[in-house]
Design a protein around this ligand. Structure first.
Ligand SMILES: [Zn+2]
Length: 401
């Protein structure tokens, strides 16, 4: 068992990261005994992880962070860094290592103020003498200002600082930043690899695992959730019924409203948990007794937190809608496959009746148009169009012809 075992179907990438982690370890060891650094090194100070959603970009970056911080004594005996169990690995994996800083967008953008402390930290030495690791989970959400701050830091890194940037594709990151990074592209893991992971790691029955892996098409987290969470299964089943419900205008509007409501509900449940905890922690830090008054001059800090929470809520709602749209796209792809007489790659075998009905009652051209409508809805959500408007426009297009 090593940190690389959690990366599903990414043998090539984990091989490269493993090699880099070994060389990084050799660099630290040489410095500790004042020996000259090894001549050739596969280690570098900036990495860009790309790959389709769910392939495990962040997991790969986090596993690498753990391997860089690994302090297992086995390393000296020829073992590979990244044991997964030592204090360095463990704290890096659970997010409590002092020298691993994770940045994730709370809203639709990473703002300059979200980045400020992290960039400052990147110019300092690590507390434990190994590596100062900065992991940016969604580098595609850096805006102009925050991207420029990152660029400066990546251009002139401190000797022991490592930047790990994650983004869907290389085009999502400024050319000036990506030219300074070593690029690793994760592939979509195969259905078999995902199913195998579910059986091995989660103890799921093989046929349930295979169905979940197939339905989520290589998205590891979604497959895990679908296989283990009944609420996720109910949500998906509701989404897959939508194509049969958009027969008239009333049905379209109702389906749109339900889709948006379900997403808000998701966001609310997630947010309430996090918001309450955060607010209480901040109040405590500001010196207010529970339920007591806040000290003078701290209203601005509280306001900042409220803004951040509001941005996160909007983002969570969009993410949840996006998941539903992904399921819907997969449904119409299956319809298209049936219309072309191919049954091999059907993702939603459990919705076969609905698939058959839509496939018989429409043409491949209209299926393509429907898939485009879902894409257009996604683009509209990205441009901050009000969710209900965007989803209604989509369901209306799903209806016609
Ligand atoms: Zn370790």
């Amino acid at each position: 068992m090593t940190v690389w075992d959690d990366l599903v179907g990414q043998e090539r990438v984990s091989g490269q990261l493993d090699a880099a982690a070994r060389d990084a370890d050799a660099l630290v060891t040489a410095a500790a005994v004042s020996a000259p650094p090894p001549e050739a090194s596969r280690m570098t100070h900036a990495w860009l992880f790309t790959g389709p959603p769910g392939a495990g970009r962040t997991q790969a970056a986090r596993a690498f962070a753990a391997a860089l911080q690994c302090v297992s004594p086995d390393r000296a005996l020829g073992g590979t860094p990244g044991c997964g169990f030592c204090d360095g690995c463990h704290t890096a994996l659970v997010g409590t290592h002092a020298d691993v800083t994770t940045v994730a967008a709370v809203g639709t953008q990473i703002l300059a103020e979200d980045m400020r402390d992290t960039v400052r930290k990147s110019f300092t030495s690590p507390a434990n003498g190994r590596w100062q690791v900065i992991l940016v989970e969604d580098a595609e959400r850096l805006n102009e200002k925050s991207a420029n701050a990152v660029l400066k830091a990546v251009e002139e890194p401190a000797p022991r600082t490592v930047w790990l940037l994650c983004a869907p594709s290389i085009e999502d990151v400024l050319p000036t930043i990506r030219s300074r990074c070593r690029h690793l592209n994760l592939c979509t893991p195969s259905v078999e690899a995902v199913a195998d992971m579910l059986v091995r790691r989660e103890g799921i029955e093989p046929d349930v695992a295979l169905a979940a892996a197939r339905a989520t098409q290589g998205h590891v987290d979604r497959a895990r959730r679908l296989a283990t969470d009944p609420a996720a299964r109910r949500r998906r089943a509701a989404v897959l019924k939508l194509p049969l419900r958009v027969e008239d205008v009333g049905g379209c509007l109702k389906a749109a409203q339900e889709l948006v409501d379900a997403a808000s509900e998701d966001a609310k449940v997630l947010a309430e948990e996090m918001d309450t905890k955060e607010t209480e922690e901040l109040k405590a830090a500001l010196g207010a007794a529970q339920g007591g008054r806040l000290p003078r001059g701290t209203a601005g800090v509280m306001k900042d937190l409220e803004d951040k929470q509001k941005r996160r809520r909007t983002r969570t709602q969009r993410d949840s809608l996006d998941l539903a749209l992904t399921d819907l796209t997969a449904f119409y792809r299956d319809v298209l496959a049936l219309q072309f007489g191919s049954r091999v790659a059907i993702a939603n075998a459990d919705a076969e009746d609905a698939l058959e009905r839509i496939a018989r009652g429409s043409s491949p051209e209209s299926t393509l148009r429907r898939i485009e409508a879902i894409g257009a809805c996604r683009d509209a959500l990205d441009r901050n169009v009000a969710p209900l408007l965007a989803v209604e426009a989509m369901t209306m297009t799903l209806r016609a012809g």
